[in-house]
Ligand binder design. Sequence first.
Ligand code: GLY
Length: 371
Amino acid sequence: MIRETVHVPLGDRSYDVIIGEGLIANAASELRPLLPRPRVAVLTDENVAHAHLDALQSGLGDIQMTALSLPVGEATKSWPALEKSVEWLLAEKLERRDVMIALGGGVIGDLGGFAAAIVRRGIRFVQIPTSLLAQVDSSVGGKTAINSGHGKNLVGAFHQPALVLADIGVLDTLAPRDFLAGYGEVVKYGLLGDAEFFAWLETNGPALATGDRALRTHAIKRSVEMKADIVARDETEQGDRALLNLGHTFCHALEAATGYSDRLLHGEGVAIGCALAFELSARLGLCSQEEPSRVRAHLKAMGMKTDLADIPGDLPDADRLIDLMGQDKKVIDGKLRFILARGIGEAFVTDDVPRETLHGVLQDALSSIGR
Ligand code: GLY
């Protein structure tokens, strides 16, 4: 059975991310060391409950399980769903040392983590991420949040999980579109800090997408190692952690422009955003034009959304997209912060991007598709 462990070293908030097969089936042995009493509360969504809750219950053996299933989708990262989750945890009489499990993708992980952060001023929680995106990104690092009418992830807290169990078997149940959206975050790691990993993805991405478990494990482990390293250096995003937002300033504007709907999944927006960030870097003379071309070629070879043209329906003009970027949490003193690159694997953070150059990149991307 495949089993790899990545440690996230954060002093008394350190924890392991275990990546491998059979982790849900053996949940009792993974979790028992954390439990003061044989009881867990599982927050999940209706699809994930249908696919995996019975397996988790049987994996928990004699550990008593109570569960709350919420509606599927981004709309669940909301004040009403937070209230429902918190009131449920209180009604279930979870104590501070008890463990809540967030079983699901990024929505459940972010919402559940935030509920865990505020119930009794913080209870422990375990992430069991069921999407590739959640396994490589959102379940690790302790960012928790809900969305506000003002934008995505604007209400939240840093609250680290006590353990992350990334069971790669669950990836077999994902729709290809969801798998590839998560792969957008995997590509991001290569692009931001590991050119060799990006080259490995160029070679192995197609086989990984069709189901090779050893390749999937390697890609997830390398992604989590990179995230753990960055989070250990900068847990609360005072500096380097912003590198993890490569592609996200563009992505958040595109998600807002498409109403956070299934016209554009988050990971798809990240992939398009990474391509645009490299295009912007090339326009600013930071890297050669071959670098954005190579990024786009890999995304296209994987059958992923790559360009604005791949987003169905209308998009607003370049000025409106820049306005939407202004809602991003990365804005400091009214200045947009971007993650740009001097080449593949060499990203850095800057707020020094002339508006005309940004406008030009967006305008060209829009006019190439006749908008
Ligand atoms: N997803 C970006 C971060 O965790 O910082």
